[in-house]
Design a protein. Structure first.
Length: 184
């Protein structure tokens, strides 16, 4: 995602955030980069943010055509800082994109990068994907996680898959002990 995560894109986002006049409100700033903007900050997927997206706890308006606000309270655990910029966590970003109408292919690329580059916990991704699972034709977040990773050709170690999907744990074969080969 290096083309999307360019320094110019991130400088523009930082400038837009500074223009919000965001000062900390308790433990959180008033505006937190979210959605496609957060994906760009984290280096997730190949989305090209058309607007700078921020989540705020209070209603905000702007005359800037390249800035969009979303009113929603964020728990402290859903906010992190990347190079001083307040941004939603990787798991929260995945949830926002999945529930916000991002198409399957773009979501798959975001999840692939979340798994391969950020070290986000698979349980957190399952939880993040669960609310959007039905809209993507999956019974739950675990199945959606497997589906999006399969779609992008990601083939994790089978031990990782076993941890991600309870169904695989049920089918886990019993380990067999092999007898040593006789000498020739």
């Amino acid at each position: 995602m290096s083309s999307v995560n360019s320094s110019a894109t991130l400088q523009g986002l930082r400038a837009a955030w500074l223009a919000t006049g965001s000062q900390p409100a308790g433990n959180q700033p008033l505006a937190v980069a979210s959605g496609e903007s957060a994906a760009a900050v984290h280096g997730l997927g190949d989305l090209l943010p058309s607007k700078y997206e921020f989540t705020t706890a209070v209603r905000r308006q702007t005359t800037q055509p390249d800035t969009r606000y979303r009113k929603r309270g964020l728990p402290d655990g859903d906010v992190t800082r990347v190079n001083g910029l307040p941004v939603t966590t990787v798991a929260r970003t995945v949830n926002d994109l999945a529930t916000g109408g991002t198409d399957f292919d773009h979501l798959a690329a975001v999840v692939r990068d979340a798994v391969t580059t950020t070290g986000v916990d698979s349980a957190a991704l399952v939880e993040a994907l669960d609310p959007a699972a039905a809209q993507f034709g999956s019974p739950d977040g675990s199945a959606l996680l497997v589906a999006v990773l399969k779609a992008v050709g990601y083939r994790p170690d089978t031990r990782i898959l076993e941890l991600m999907t309870p169904e695989l744990q049920k089918r886990k074969p019993t380990p067999t002990v092999m007898a040593p080969k006789p000498p020739r």
